[in-house]
Design a protein around this ligand. Sequence first.
Ligand SMILES: NC(=O)C1=CN([C@@H]2O[C@H](COP(=O)(O)OP(=O)(O)OC[C@H]3O[C@@H](n4cnc5c(N)ncnc54)[C@H](OP(=O)(O)O)[C@@H]3O)[C@@H](O)[C@H]2O)C=CC1
Ligand SMILES: O=C(O)C1=N[C@H](C(=O)O)C[C@H](O)C1
Length: 259
Amino acid sequence: MTDEREPKDRTGGPIRVGVLGARGRMGLEVCRAVDAAADVELVAAVDQDDPLSNAADAGAQVIVDFTTPDVVMDNLRWALDQGINMVVGTSGFTNERLDQVRGWLADKPDLGVVVAPNFGIGAVLMMQFAARAARFFESAEIIEQHHPKKVDAPSGTALHTARVIAQARAAAGSAPMPDATTDEMAGARGTSVEGVRVHSVRAAGLVAHQEVLFGTAGETLTIRHDSFDRASFMPGVLLAVRSVPHRPGLTVGLDALLD
Ligand SMILES: NC(=O)C1=CN([C@@H]2O[C@H](COP(=O)(O)OP(=O)(O)OC[C@H]3O[C@@H](n4cnc5c(N)ncnc54)[C@H](OP(=O)(O)O)[C@@H]3O)[C@@H](O)[C@H]2O)C=CC1
Ligand SMILES: O=C(O)C1=N[C@H](C(=O)O)C[C@H](O)C1
């Protein structure tokens, strides 16, 4: 996936990349990864209080956003208005937000946006395996674990996983999950995302981890993914940066890029 023979931009030069959230945990790692790859070039590193126009002025062809859920939609709108493709890792994407992005793209047929809840290849596979397993089990619960500086809960990955499990169960006509709880302290059963219970753990020492627990008569299946280092996300980010100039419209998740 980091093959340097990948197509570069249409002029044959390196793809010019701007990073938003460039001084954050992910942004710093993305700047390093872009610097280290021969077929992409870091032209702008923008963080809080820097003008977004730095990225457009530097001629960015792709903007990578790892900021916060409260500013990412404004960043997206701005980049599309500037005619710049976007790769978005920032969490907070509801179905409504995705529809809004599709609406913005409707009159920009040459532009592409990739929104990926998780750029870790193992995490993408974990979500695919969970979707495949969903129809075979009566019960499914998600336990996500992250570092305590994470601002959102549940994680974007957990929300996406819950949605794909719910879709697979609906398509299979699965019955509601068994759960006789009637006496519950608030939060004890996590939160329900489209009928799938999600539990969020925050603890020092963690990076990004998720278990999907399936159960049915006499057996359970646990699918677990661990990111121990943010380097785990970089092959996926670079894959999206290389792909997005050739993928008009909205791509959600890395699945289509890995086929
Ligand atoms: N899809 C994936 O694979 C992954 C997604 N994420 C997601 O990425 C996001 C960022 O995570 P993380 O790097 O840990 O968070 P950080 O808080 O470390 O980084 C966010 C950075 O964005 C900056 N920022 C805030 N507002 C703006 C703005 N308007 N313009 C430019 N920069 C801005 C922040 O500045 P300041 O601190 O000064 O406010 C900070 O430097 C989160 O939503 C997280 O869930 C994280 C890992 C992987
Ligand atoms: O904030 C993080 O760290 C992460 N955020 C993403 C999410 O919300 O799922 C991806 C990964 O879990 C790391």
